[in-house]
Design a binder for this molecule. Structure first.
Ligand SMILES: [Zn+2]
Length: 253
């Protein structure tokens, strides 16, 4: 069976002498694993398309449940992102998250445009990395069925809650004083601006995702909450996130 589709490489691993095994996210086939024969040879027509975070039109063939990438034409290479170690690390984290969330052979639906939009923002705009990261994390959880419930305190109903906090395990808001009744899990405080940004990230149309403003302190708080929320909800860590955070540490003197 031959299929022509578009796809982005979420992960690449060298295989045999000159091949790669690729994890590819496609709108039609979902997440698939495919072998790219000879793509590490000089002059291979598959070499560009077989790199992490490259979006291409691809022809794939399937035989006994195994996919092979046979032809590819690169459409988006995200070259600026690729030249910047921090941006590449952040993009790799987005890829690792999606690889975990989208099951083999299931449709990525809105998660694929989310990834492409966030990579585009890193590549072509000067939005702070922390803003793109938080937007991706909150929206990714929302699209995967783990949207936080942000319409008032889950205990007393007050909207907005008094000194609002987000319970990371339950995914609900509550007032600081109502906290004991929300059940288990850590809660993190939200400033009014950060709460407004969260509401925006959960509800806005996709193309408006990054059109919110927060000062540096707000972005920092939003980033702590969005990251902790994603890690809690997906119940795992990400090696690419650890790497990104190591890169962002101030250089020791
Ligand atoms: Zn309350």
């Amino acid at each position: 069976m031959h299929v022509t589709t578009r796809g982005i490489v979420l992960r690449e691993a060298a295989y045999k002498e000159s091949d790669k095994i690729l994890t590819i996210l496609t709108p039609d086939l979902g997440r698939i694993t495919a072998q790219a024969h000879g793509c590490r040879k000089k002059g291979s027509g598959l070499s560009s398309a077989s790199q992490m975070l490259v979006w291409s039109e691809m022809t794939l063939s399937e035989f006994r449940g195994r996919w092979t990438l046979t032809e590819a034409a690169v459409e988006l290479e995200f070259r600026q992102l690729r030249r910047d170690l921090e941006k590449l690390a952040l993009g790799s984290y987005f890829a690792e998250v999606l690889e975990g969330i989208v099951q083999e052979d299931s449709q990525p639906e809105e998660l694929l445009p989310l990834l492409l939009n966030c990579l585009y923002a890193l590549d072509q705009t000067d939005k702070p990395l922390s803003q793109v990261k938080a937007a991706f994390e909150v929206r990714c959880m929302t699209l995967s069925g783990f949207a936080p419930m942000l319409d008032g305190c889950a205990v007393c109903g007050k909207n907005p809650p008094e000194q609002p906090r987000l319970n990371l395990t339950q995914g609900v808001l509550h007032c600081a004083d109502c906290g004991a009744k929300t059940g288990e899990g850590i809660s993190m405080p939200l400033s009014p601006g950060v709460l407004a940004a969260l509401v925006h990230l959960v509800n806005c149309p996709g193309r408006r995702l990054l059109s919110f403003r927060l000062d540096e302190a707000g972005l920092e708080q939003l980033g702590q909450v969005s990251e902790a929320y994603l890690l809690t909800q997906t119940e795992r860590g990400y090696r690419t996130l650890d790497y990104y955070k190591r890169l962002r540490l101030p250089l020791s003197k």
